[in-house]
Design a protein around this ligand. Structure first.
Ligand code: G3P
Ligand code: MG
Length: 345
């Protein structure tokens, strides 16, 4: 009976804990598997002493693709099923904005993938910068517009359409064009191109960014600029042109709203795997990340345990100096998960 009691209390503890995984630098590098990531998912999907699933979700600042194909791709790389119901990309919570804005400018990403993302999120009238350049090429004087760009764009008469909001979903592929068009809209009368507002503030449409990372590690030896630097460039230009600060909203890690959204996803995922919508206490929730300035600071501020791994951005000593991981630094994701499980179970 004692053995049974012990195992039932362990089952309870296992259902009352949760892991939140960063993806890039923790489970994969781009499209390349980090081998310990595969083992971790096997363990959490039931290959553990209790034979039960241990709640876990994925929280990435990645962007630019629909959730379903990205989950399919990650499932193949990691050899474990990853459901869209346990998966949050930087722009996933921006789905809720479809209720408030009808006509939106969607910026960033490869080709027209972000147009597809916005369509799937339920935005009604989606405009991408190429639609605008196809309508009026003089808007972007340095842009070379290819036949393919023309064939895949959807020009309309934007002097008769108000754009309700600007949403940067992913990294800009053409700073000059995207910044020019964004600035034109911020300075326009209520998002109408070819107009200039008398008062830049009261007639300004809102602007949202899906995440704030300054730098992103790539194949290049020195990290490349990301959405955060693009935003800072825009803010500085706007301030220089108008004299006022640009108000904006940033999603993604380490923003508080993202962590609250993650908690909702953990509770509903628990409902799916254990028929109980338990939201584990923050003290039993473990964020595993590689970026102190994003994963770790966000988790620390939210009150989760934070585990910093050495397989990604962090290259420092014992712990990060500015944003130390509260649960410790680990050589990889497997070491972090095993240590957390030993503590909780
Ligand atoms: O910076 C963008 C992206 O590559 C970061 O992904 O999974 O580390 O949040 P992740
Ligand atoms: Mg990462």
């Amino acid at each position: 009976a004692q053995v049974q009691d012990m195992s039932s209390s362990k089952v309870k503890a296992a259902k009352n804990m949760a892991f939140v995984f960063d993806i890039d630098g923790v489970l994969v590098h781009g499209d390349r598997l980090i081998p310990e990531g595969r083992r971790v998912l096997e363990i959490l999907n039931g290959d553990n002493e209790l034979g039960i699933k241990i709640p876990h979700i994925f929280l990435t600042n990645g962007s630019g693709k629909l959730e379903a194909p990205r989950c399919k791709q990650l499932s193949e790389i990691l050899h474990s099923p990853i459901s869209t119901d346990q998966f949050i990309q930087s722009h996933t919570p921006m789905r809720a904005l479809a209720e408030y804005y009808k006509t939106v400018l969607i910026v960033g990403g490869e080709g027209y993938k972000c147009r597809e993302v916005a369509q799937e999120y339920g935005f009604e009238n989606i405009v991408v910068p190429n639609d605008i350049v196809a309508w009026d090429p003089t808007i972007a004087p340095y842009r070379v517009f290819s036949d393919e760009d023309r064939a895949t764009s959807n020009p309309r008469d934007f002097s008769k359409i108000n754009i309700d909001a600007i949403m940067v979903f992913s990294d800009s592929r053409d700073y000059a064009t995207d910044m020019q068009i964004i600035m034109d809209l911020l300075l326009s009368e209520n998002g109408r191109l070819h107009t200039v507002a008398k008062d830049p503030v009261s007639q300004r449409i809102p602007i949202y960014f899906s995440q704030g990372d300054m730098l992103c590690p790539t194949e290049h030896p020195i990290p490349r600029m990301s959405q955060g630097t693009f935003r800072i460039g825009l803010e500085a230009m706007y301030k220089a042109l108008t004299g006022v600060e640009l108000e904006r909203v940033v999603y993604g890690k380490p923003e508080l709203a993202t962590y609250k959204y993650a908690d909702e996803v953990i509770a509903s995922w628990n409902e799916q795997i254990h028929n109980e919508g338990i939201l584990p206490a923050k003290a039993n929730t473990y964020m595993v990340g590689d970026n102190p300035a994003s994963d770790i600071i966000g988790a620390n501020e939210y009150g989760w345990n934070s585990c910093l791994v050495r397989t990604g951005v962090f290259q420092g000593g014992d712990n990060d100096e500015n944003n130390p991981a509260s649960f410790g630094v680990f050589k990889n994701v497997l070491a972090a998960v095993q240590t957390a499980m030993r503590k909780e179970l």
